[in-house]
Unconditional design. Structure first.
Length: 152
């Protein structure tokens, strides 16, 4: 299901989010220009990086922390399965297929909510099967879920 953006602003917002995914897929450092200076990213709390990341530097550091989790010599496929764009929010449902840094196949389903302000990404809320991501991406490189730390 792909819902067309109904207003000119909604179409621009969807185009901005599409540009984000293009930059992400290519490892393009100009991705930083798409975010507001006071950007925020809410990652699932069960992930090793799970918390609210506030400010552009913190958001970029979060994205950089993913380097090494995936095999950069192999393509990452981002398949958008649904989207809904409005004047303030863009919702994307997608599947990411990649090869992990340890050589294992990775296929996980995400919903991401982008809040946009003044032509920039102001906030991202990420929803994902965090247990699958933990086992496939984080466990092999020794990054522990805060939930596992609490039980220890």
């Amino acid at each position: 299901m792909d819902r067309s953006a109904s207003s000119p602003l909604a179409r621009r917002n969807l185009a901005l989010v599409d540009r984000y995914f293009e930059c992400l897929g290519k490892g393009d450092p100009s991705i930083a220009e798409l975010f507001a200076a006071d950007a925020r990213w809410l990652a699932p709390q069960s992930a090793p990086v799970g918390r609210l990341h506030e400010g552009l530097e913190a958001v970029l550091a979060l994205m950089a922390s993913g380097i090494g989790l995936y095999d950069s010599t192999r393509p990452m496929e981002i398949e958008r399965t649904a989207s809904l764009a409005g004047d303030e929010l863009v919702y994307i449902e997608m599947t990411i297929r990649a090869t992990t840094g340890s050589g294992e196949p990775y296929e996980n389903h995400y919903v991401m909510v982008f809040a946009l302000r003044d032509g920039r990404i102001a906030e991202v809320r990420e929803y994902v099967d965090s247990l699958y991501a933990q086992r496939k991406l984080f466990d092999p490189v020794g990054l522990v879920s805060p939930l596992d730390v609490e039980r220890a």
